[in-house]
Ligand binder design. Structure first.
Ligand code: IPD
Ligand code: CA
Ligand code: CA
Length: 281
């Protein structure tokens, strides 16, 4: 099989070069973060700087190669032509809390979004790169999803009792804690396991790789999911929001293999409905 570099389209070559460059720098910073754990204040200021610098590197590299593309980036927001035809959707560091705590599970996520018409856009390609493991997940519409050179397929499990699902647990300052508890309460007794590893972009890439049978999380941002959603789709999986609609529009994501995703979505929707039905107060 030809190496990954020979199989990528020109736009994807641009992205992989950019994420590898930003990733090298982040990995050096990560080594420093591990040393800072013992300080009382911890490495949080250092990490914010590393995050911003990674975004800057990505912006420079991507705009050099494609000057006409707009950006949606976590730290600096939307920039470029408002009537863009193409844009980069970038999370320079997904899994910040892991990074901050010296846990080697974090990634750079870059999606390529195309405007189809006045009210419709589509993700055409995406890369999720974990520098600590050198795992480069990538997908392109109609080409497939890959981990480095290996083609990815979602898992073949069919039964809830065999399934391992990933999720995101709300934390301080984040809403929907009651919904999360209600959903988890319903899912726990039905499945082989639930995981919370702390990087939504990698969670979706791992669904594409068949490691998780599914993933749900409410209230995500476009930069968390742009790349991961096309990965799941190109690996033969499904991703919807909790009502079966577009997860990219709402940020509420239920992804999985084609058999288990509808079952997971149903339980997630039941959990949310149960909270809504509670008397106020
Ligand atoms: C977060 C991670 C986490 C998810 C949060 C995200 P960040 O992104 O993806 O897994 O639970 O909802 O905000 O802040 O590390 O880029
Ligand atoms: Ca994120
Ligand atoms: Ca981030």
């Amino acid at each position: 099989m030809p190496p990954v570099s020979a199989r990528l389209s020109p736009a994807m070559q641009v992205v992989t070069q950019a994420v590898r460059k930003a990733g090298r720098r982040l990995l050096r910073d990560f080594g420093e973060v591990e040393n800072l754990q013992v300080s009382v204040k911890g490495p949080s200021d250092f990490v914010s700087t590393a995050d911003l610098r990674a975004e800057q590197t990505l912006k420079e590299e991507l705009s050099k190669a494609r000057p006409g593309f707009a950006f949606l980036m976590e730290e600096s927001g939307a920039s470029g032509d408002e009537s863009w035809e193409w844009r980069w959707v970038v999370d320079p560091l997904d899994g910040t809390t892991n990074f901050l705590h010296g846990i080697p599970h974090w990634a750079i996520s870059v999606g390529i979004e195309k405007r189809i018409d006045a009210d419709r856009t589509e993700i055409m390609a995406g890369v999720v790169y974990n520098p600590a493991s050198d795992d480069l997940f990538w997908a392109e519409k109609g080409v497939g999803a890959f981990l480095n050179d290996r083609r990815l397929r979602v898992s073949g499990r069919r039964e809830m009792k065999d399934a391992v699902f990933a999720t995101g647990i709300p934390f301080a300052g984040v809403p929907r804690k009651a919904e999360f508890s209600s959903i988890l309460h319903r899912i726990m007794p039905q499945v082989a396991g639930v995981r919370r590893f702390g990087a939504a972009a990698l969670d979706l890439a791992w669904v594409a790789a068949g490691r998780y049978d599914g993933f749900w999380e409410l209230g995500l941002n476009k930069w968390d999911i742009a790349a991961g959603l096309i990965m799941v789709k190109e690996a033969g999986g499904f991703a919807t929001d909790t009502d079966g609609g577009d997860p990219y529009a709402s940020g509420h994501v239920v992804a999985g293999n084609p058999i288990l995703q509808p079952k997971l979505r149903e339980v997630v929707a039941e959990g949310i409905a149960a909270v809504k039905a509670r008397p106020a107060g």
